[in-house]
Design a protein around this ligand. Structure first.
Ligand code: ADE
Length: 356
């Protein structure tokens, strides 16, 4: 079973064990990539701050109109939590963090909301996993900064309204499609985070090297790491830490291009960031099922893997880089995947894929 993976986009226990300096940017200035989102946020933050102090045309302060609620969606590892920290810091307010699954009952939400000071940011990670009953509590809180709580039961039941301070909700989700329309429509700013370019990842790695005290690392080394990072800063930083350890123990701390290759080769990560599980999956389709089409459950059974794991953690990246096609008749290997694996490609396949 795939448990810990060096190239997983989701947090791994090895990340939590990392006790070194934080690699997260603290401010908008330090934040790399997602330029269109940053510009939208910079404008919204500046406007909200001016409203709070009355630094607007009519000179009237409107602290009850804080930064609008923000919904961030996109694949894991792209910095949704980091952005929430940066936004709270830029606003000069506190960040309170929770998650959809942690808000099991309405009371959990009430507890979080009543802790907020004016202008604070409430971050709800995995907001798509918030129970529907809790979701209904959040609507009046988002719209009018009040919560309707039912006290007592049976014939004594009554609704009491509790006011909370004007706040900004930042919701993060990897599955925007699972959010209900009423919830989605209550966010003023909605943005899809995209995978990072290799150039952006190189700049992020540059900064991480500085923070970790790795000096004079050549651009080619950073390029080699960013190529293996699957467009994801969390993976880039994790790979960099492995390279740093390897260099420290085997090369007196000197990072070279061949060292990067050896260090990450040892971990089974190839030049496109695929690991053993990815290659195993592709090879199973290629060799056992003649390139497909084949059903996911069938591949999973052959590999003795869980089909959910394959669907959630293996297939997305392979689909994204065009190594896998999902057709009506099942999964199929593509020509690019066959070339990467060094497997002969049958041109008739192309027609089959088009035929779906
Ligand atoms: N570290 C992780 N993500 C980052 C980003 N987007 N900008 C700067 N440093 C980062």
């Amino acid at each position: 079973m795939a448990t810990e993976r060096l190239i997983a986009a989701t947090p791994q226990t090895t990340d939590q064990e990392w006790a070194g300096p934080t690699l997260r940017p603290d401010s908008m200035d330090e934040y790399i990539g997602q330029a269109d989102l940053l510009e939208k946020l910079e404008i919204a933050i500046e406007a909200a701050k001016a409203r709070a102090t009355g630094n607007v045309a009519d000179g009237i302060a409107r602290p009850h109109e804080p930064l609008e609620h923000v919904l961030l969606h996109g694949p894991p590892g792209l910095g949704k939590t980091t952005l929430a920290h940066v936004i709270a810091r830029e606003m000069g307010t506190k960040l309170i963090t929770t998650s959809g699954p942690a808000l099991a009952r309405g009371n959990d939400l009430v507890a979080a909301l009543t802790r907020l000071q004016p202008g604070d940011v409430l971050f709800i990670d995995e907001i798509h996993r918030m129970p529907i009953a809790v979701e209904e509590f959040i609507y009046p809180a988002m719209e009018d900064f009040k919560i309707d709580v039912t006290v007592d039961t049976g014939m004594h039941a009554r609704t009491v309204q509790i006011k909370c301070k004007p706040f900004t909700l930042i919701g993060a989700t990897t599955r925007a499609g699972l959010l209900s329309a009423p919830l989605r429509s209550r966010f003023g700013i909605t943005h899809h985070l995209r995978y990072y370019s290799r150039d952006d990842l190189r700049v992020i790695l540059h900064r991480s090297c500085r923070v970790m005290g790795l000096l004079a690392v050549e651009e080619a080394c950073l390029e080699a790491i960013s190529a293996r990072s699957r467009g994801t800063p969390r993976i880039a930083n994790r790979l960099l830490r492995r390279v740093r350890d390897f260099a420290q123990v085997r090369a007196k701390g000197v990072v070279s291009e061949s060292l990067v290759e050896t260090a990450l080769g040892l971990e089974g990560v190839d030049e496109l960031g695929l690991d053993d599980l990815d290659r195993n999956y592709l090879r199973t389709i290629a060799t056992v099922y003649d390139g497909g089409p084949v059903g996911l459950e069938t591949v999973a059974a052959t590999m003795n893997e869980d089909s959910g794991t394959l669907e959630d953690v293996v297939e997305p990246y392979l689909l994204q880089i065009g190594f896998l096609a999902r057709t009506r008749r099942g999964r199929m290997l593509t020509r690019a995947a066959a070339e990467h694996l060094g497997i002969a490609w049958n041109p008739e396949r192309e027609g089959e894929m088009l035929g779906g």
